[in-house]
Write a protein that binds this ligand. Structure first.
Ligand code: DGL
Length: 282
């Protein structure tokens, strides 16, 4: 069996939530590029994010890939058309899959979208949801990314911040929304906290799971239980690692390899090897 080579691109470590969800569903050789020297993307302009994203695309293509997944919501929201134009391989972003999943679960046809400032300003999710007949209430939550990177995933300060953001979003939506879309790579890590403070009738959808499903459908992979590649319990017991032999991982980062390894452990729940530094210049 020849496994596909899937390039995954993110501004840093956040895209590992998408990689994790995908790897559990799709056997492949994964090449992950984290632009850690230039993150965050979520505060930058569309022009800058497009320029960085195209450089990352060219790098991953030089490693010969069959498919490119833009795991970063901000990069997808701001630069998907530019990346598609620059890429020779098919490109999957995280926005359309997230919107599709929200449309599947919403009965009230209204969703709250929480994301970075850049993603919200682009209105990419609003447009994708409107195309599916849903009203969108977008809320920028710029403090979530640094809180998650600090490891404060179950912390009173994060909870307080989340209560303020979600309270404002709910008020804006005047209780019409029955879906909360986690439209940022970092937010799946605080999903349990968000679940606790979100009304029970509101379902939570995240772009990591929905993108994994879209990639799986693309390769028409069927049957077989999903592999638990990255056990959050730690360790690599044969039962916890599933079809480990049908996945390989290579990581490329533009800033410190050691810092990436440290943060990646938090995002994946296991240690990562095979991390290389690359210099894209600029
Ligand atoms: N990966 C980004 C996103 O999903 C969050 C981190 C950043 O701003 O670079 O929007």
């Amino acid at each position: 069996v020849t496994l596909p080579r899937i390039g995954v691109f993110d501004s840093g470590v956040g895209g590992l939530t998408v990689l994790k969800a995908m790897a559990e569903q799709v056997p492949a050789h994964y090449l992950y590029f984290g632009d850690t020297a230039r993150l965050p993307y979520g505060t930058k302009s569309a022009e800058t994010v497009a320029r960085y994203s195209i450089a990352a695309t060219h790098f991953l293509e030089s490693q010969s890939i069959d498919l490119l997944v833009i795991a970063c919501n901000s990069a997808t929201a701001l630069a998907l058309p530019s990346v598609r134009q620059a890429a020779a391989v098919p490109v999957v972003g995280v926005v359309q899959p997230g919107a599709t999943m929200a449309a599947e679960v919403s009965k009230t046809r209204a969703a709250i979208v929480v994301a970075t400032e850049a993603t919200v300003s682009s209105h990419a999710y609003r447009d994708a949801l409107q195309q599916r007949g849903l009203e969108a209430y977008e809320k920028a939550c710029p403090l979530f990314v640094p809180l998650v990177e600090e490891g404060w995933i179950d912390h009173p300060v994060t909870e307080q911040v989340a209560r303020i953001y979600l309270g404002e979003a709910m008020a804006q939506a005047s209780d019409k929304a029955d879906v909360l879309v986690l439209a940022c790579t970092h937010y799946p890590l605080i999903a349990p906290l968000l679940r606790r403070i979100t009304p029970a009738h509101v379902q939570i959808v995240d772009s990591a799971e929905s993108t994994a499903r879209a990639v799986k459908e693309r390769f028409r992979i069927n049957g077989g239980a999903p592999a638990r590649l990255f056990s959050t319990r730690g360790g690599d017991s044969p039962s916890a690692s599933g079809n480990m032999e049908h996945r390989t991982f290579r990581f490329y980062v533009t800033d410190s390899v050691d810092k990436f390894k440290r943060l990646a452990t938090r995002f994946l729940g296991r240690q990562v090897d095979h991390v290389e530094h690359v210099d894209l210049g600029g």
